[in-house]
Design a protein around this ligand. Structure first.
Ligand code: TGC
Ligand code: FAD
Length: 390
């Protein structure tokens, strides 16, 4: 078939099970049939293509590793990574919707919620009937979420929530939001906020040149009454949201490979067909250098992601190991997008090709879920034992 064959210089497919390949191929087919044909227009119009939600659910885009009893697929971490890779080969913004729903909304409800929370929310999130968002970042607290000022204060039967979150993926149309707020003792708690609660609004953020097919916005809380039962009971402190980020960052380490593969594959094809000075541009050493470096970096990134996935399957991956993979893989994807864009010359700046869209998307991906430099400092703190954040 003319389905994308992948980039697999080191036979990494041999490390995958039949189940891994099945889930990857179904995501790959779906991206080709449903996502690729509409993504350029959605991007140009800056509209999240909501019609993709049921299909995303069907290919395991929402909660692939969540147990089946809660509507998930009960698959392993490599399967989750492969779905992220295929989605991001289509578009980072669609992968974002899937990562947020799985790792930042379903994961905390599964791990930190009560059985009642799991039964109420997870099945509807798994089918995409409900879309979730994750509110950690605030206008004045991005890299330093521990400084957050969003607060819950005790009132009869529950709490009053006040504050605002900014740069929140899916916020404009989310049905439910997992929000992090400090209680009166200054301890960070997870709060489940539902659309329709009085005083809760979600204005959209406009004017983005990046992740245009993903909706981003605010979560604003003006004395929102939160019933006691909407607090996640099983974990609190900054470690609770950071635990969710471990899962999302891991998925992004795979996702970025997808974007890189699409750029490399496009540039390689183009270089073999485009004639200048009577020869395909692929015959020039400088173009070969770009392509050879790209495939080398993709291969290294794949090995990092695969090994990290096996460590996560065994429950052994550390936050610092995850940071290394997220940082490296997003960085190389962005470099590959830039180099691929040059190989296409002027054609590279148009929406005839996906490269410039990937490049613009990756500028968000290198910033969100911990910036490139924050992840470097996490590695630095890990190897020296001396945190240099403050
Ligand atoms: P620090 O002192 O290091 O840690 C505070 C407490 O948390 C514990 N901890 C963890 N626990 C569980 N899992 C982890 N991964 C943990 N990492 C740390 C730690 O032991 C400590 O516990 P305790 O009991 O002693 O309090 O915290 P710090 O304030 O110095 O900050 C460290 C830093 C800078 C690394 C951290 O704050 C950070 O990672 N900042 C980056 C923020 C970030 O990544 N934000 C992402 C927002 S979500 C998003 O971007 C979604 S985009 C998704 C999409 O659309 O795809
Ligand atoms: P800042 O923290 O202000 O950082 C600005 C610069 O300063 C960066 O280069 C940074 O590396 C550097 N810097 C900061 N501190 C240090 C330090 N100690 N040492 C050295 N350099 C430092 N957040 C959510 O909670 N939920 C979401 O769903 C979500 N979705 C997002 C979607 C998009 C499209 C984008 C762009 C962001 C999203 N975010 C989300 C927010 C994202 O996590 C933050 O943007 C990110 O954590 C960085 O915070 P900031 O933008 O405030 O930058």
């Amino acid at each position: 078939s003319d389905l994308f064959k992948g980039v697999d210089y080191y036979d990494i497919d041999e490390l995958l099970t039949e189940e891994h390949k099945l889930i990857r191929n179904s995501a790959r087919e779906w991206v080709k049939a449903k996502l690729s044909p509409i993504i350029e227009e959605a991007y140009e119009k800056a509209q999240f293509p909501k019609q993709l939600v049921p299909g995303l659910a069907e290919i395991g885009g929402f909660g692939s590793y969540i147990p089946e009893e809660y509507g998930g697929l009960g698959l392993d971490q490599i399967s989750y990574g492969l779905v992220m890779q295929e989605l991001e080969r289509g578009d980072s913004g669609i992968r974002s919707t899937s990562s947020v729903q799985t790792s930042l909304v379903m994961y905390p409800i599964w791990k930190y919620g009560s059985e009642e929370h799991r039964k109420k929310y997870l099945p509807k999130l798994a089918t995409g009937e409900w879309i979730g968002s994750f509110g950690l970042t605030e206008p004045d607290h991005g890299s330093n979420p521990g400084g957050m000022v969003t607060r819950i204060t005790k009132t009869d039967g529950g709490f009053l929530l006040n504050g605002a979150k900014l740069w929140i993926s899916n916020s404009p149309f989310c049905d439910v939001a997992v929000v992090w707020a400090k209680n009166e003792e200054g301890r960070i708690k997870g709060v489940i906020v539902e659309r329709g609660m009085e005083g809760f609004t979600t204005p959209e953020t406009h004017g983005k040149w990046s992740l245009r097919a993903s909706a981003t916005g605010e979560l604003v809380f003006d004395n929102v009454f939160i019933p006691e039962n909407n607090i996640l009971p099983n974990k609190d402190g900054l470690g609770a949201p950071l635990g969710c980020l471990d899962s999302a960052r891991y998925g992004i380490a795979w996702g970025a490979i997808g974007a890189a593969m699409d750029c490399y594959d496009t540039a390689l094809r183009y270089a073999k067909e485009r004639i200048q000075f009577d020869k395909p541009i692929a015959s020039f050493q400088l173009v070969q250098k770009k392509l050879a470096e790209m495939v080398t970096e993709i291969t290294k990134a794949q090995l990092l992601a695969w090994r990290l996935g096996t460590l996560r399957n065994e429950g052994k991956a550390s936050t610092a190991q995850i940071s290394m993979a997220k940082r490296n893989n997003v960085h190389i994807a962005l470099q590959i997008a830039r180099e691929s864009r040059q190989i296409l010359g002027a054609m590279g700046i148009t929406n005839e090709y996906s490269i410039m869209r990937h490049m613009m998307n990756l500028e968000s991906v290198i910033t969100y879920e911990g910036t490139h430099d924050i992840h470097l400092l996490i590695t630095g703190a890990d190897v020296t034992g001396i945190p240099a954040f403050k």
